[in-house]
Ligand binder design. Structure first.
Ligand SMILES: Cc1cc2nc3c(=O)[nH]c(=O)nc-3n(C[C@H](O)[C@H](O)[C@H](O)COP(=O)(O)OP(=O)(O)OC[C@H]3O[C@@H](n4cnc5c(N)ncnc54)[C@H](O)[C@@H]3O)c2cc1C
Length: 432
């Protein structure tokens, strides 16, 4: 088959890889001049989500105060944004949390296999580092973490629950004063460089052939013409328009994997997905004092701020801002940006003082799509030829790789290696 993939982030490139591996001819259309320029660029480092990483459940936005949650609410929420927050809050109930995680887990495992397979085949080096230490401040927050610890035990996820003294003994850079509640160590989970991984995968596809990357091209619309589908390309900026004809590429199937940009394309086809765009920040800071720098990644478990070391720098990610979706394309404003970045600097100072030179850090912000039930949207949509792979949320890297495999199965009508209840929970029509 000829398949067009819209989007050159990790979701699009991983999907292209799986489609090519299944024998299809693939064309990836990306509006930027290269791949991994959207949410994928700002990625915090965590490869696969544990129950402590998913952005739903008892610890997510459990507190009314922005600073304690690590999620800032921009004043002036509109109706749909309130609705979104309300839906997500339902998953704070421990049974609901457990049910959603159970549905997500098979996709996490499929993703783990998909990534291991790619690494084994190509021997990619993308700054992988083992070990994540999640730290919790107060006894109350430790209590909120219990359902997640219950899921770790239930699914036999290898981990260690550590006292503050054990955290500091394992990771010398963690400070013990003021007192904190404790930590959870995942020795075998990893952090790495997602944009680098995405670029290595693209290079491999370039070398192997069979995947064409149309870079600097924007899809302006998707067309459904009977048995085939097509995309219309927007005129390139500055190109002299000699004719009124639109560039159109036809294909047997189209996969929409354009991150936030997917929403507008699907809306034009009449599909309004209730995914919410969330603005998230990163700081990339030089190491200040080598003796204070952590050798494993540190995660502020409640504020969802991850600090991972990449060579001589620390990548600090989090500081989400919730606002009306209609405002997302406008600049956030200096005060709120400062507030979000301050959360990142403060968490770094709180847990590993002296490790990072925050004053010399480079800030970045990106938009990721979060669904009201915390699960990505992966499946067929609207027409037998259209597939969607979006909404992987803040724990999206690894998931996007497994979701690519799922899409490759669905395109040819092959039964995916996932339980039916998970497939149903990922489908586009679950929101109807
Ligand atoms: C600050 C930050 C930190 C994060 N930290 C982590 C983490 O630690 N662990 C984790 O697992 N996940 C993390 N994530 C989430 C993860 O990065 C995303 O889930 C993932 O990158 C989404 O990939 P994507 O390909 O769906 O989207 P994107 O990377 O946004 O890619 C979509 C691409 O589609 C292109 N596109 C859109 N519309 C069109 C169009 N019409 N025509 C052509 N091209 C189009 C865009 O230009 C873009 O390149 C983080 C995200 C952010 C922003």
């Amino acid at each position: 088959m000829d398949v067009i993939v819209i989007g050159g982030g990790i979701a699009g490139v991983a999907t292209a890889y799986q489609l090519r591996a299944a024998g299809h001819r693939v064309c990836v259309v990306e509006r930027h001049a290269t791949v991994a320029q959207g949410a994928t660029y700002g990625h915090g480092g965590t490869v696969l989500p544990t129950p402590l990483d998913v952005w739903f459940g008892p610890t997510f936005m459990a507190n009314r105060q922005n600073a304690k949650n690590g999620v800032i609410n921009k004043p002036g929420f509109n109706g749909p944004a309130r609705q979104f927050v309300k839906k997500l809050a339902e998953l704070q109930e421990p049974d609901e949390f457990g049910r959603q995680y159970r549905l997500l887990r098979p996709l996490i495992e499929l993703s783990r296999e998909a990534m291991a397979d790619m690494e084994a085949r190509f021997g990619f080096e993308f700054e992988q580092a083992s070990g994540l230490l999640y730290l919790v401040r107060s006894a109350q927050e430790w209590q909120q973490l219990q359902p997640a610890l219950g899921l770790l035990a239930l699914y036999e996820v290898p981990h260690h629950v550590l006292s503050p003294a054990e955290c500091a003994a394992y990771e010398h850079s963690v400070r013990t004063e003021p007192e904190f509640a404790g930590g959870v160590l995942f020795e075998h989970e990893r952090t790495a460089n997602c944009p680098l991984f995405t670029k290595l995968l693209k290079q491999t596809l370039d070398t192997q052939g069979g995947v064409q990357f149309m870079l600097g091209c924007e899809v302006s619309a998707i067309r459904l013409d009977g048995q085939r589908a097509a995309v219309e390309l927007a005129p390139r900026p500055g190109a002299a328009s000699r004719s009124r004809e639109v560039d159109v590429i036809h294909a047997d199937a189209i996969v929409v994997a354009g991150g936030y940009g997917s929403l507008a394309l699907l809306e034009r086809l009449g599909l309004a997905l209730p995914l919410h765009p969330l603005r998230v920040h990163t700081l990339v800071a030089p190491i200040a004092h080598e003796e204070c720098a952590p050798h494993v990644a540190i995660v502020d478990a409640i504020k969802r701020i991850g600090i991972s070391r990449m060579n001589h720098r620390l990548r600090i990610a989090g500081g989400a801002v919730l606002q009306g979706a209609n405002l997302i394309e406008k600049p956030l404003g200096e005060a709120l940006t400062k507030e979000a970045l301050a959360l990142l600097g403060q968490a770094t100072h709180d847990w590993i003082p002296g490790a990072a030179r925050i004053s010399a850090a480079l800030p970045w912000e990106g938009i990721k799509l979060l669904s009201p039930d915390g699960l990505p949207v992966v499946g067929n949509a609207l027409h037998p030829r259209i597939f969607v792979n979006v909404g992987h949320g803040p724990a999206g890297w690894g998931l996007a790789c497994g979701a690519g495999k799922l899409i490759a199965d669905l395109v040819v009508g092959q039964a995916p290696d996932l339980p039916d209840e998970t497939l149903a929970a990922l489908r586009v029509d679950r929101f109807q």
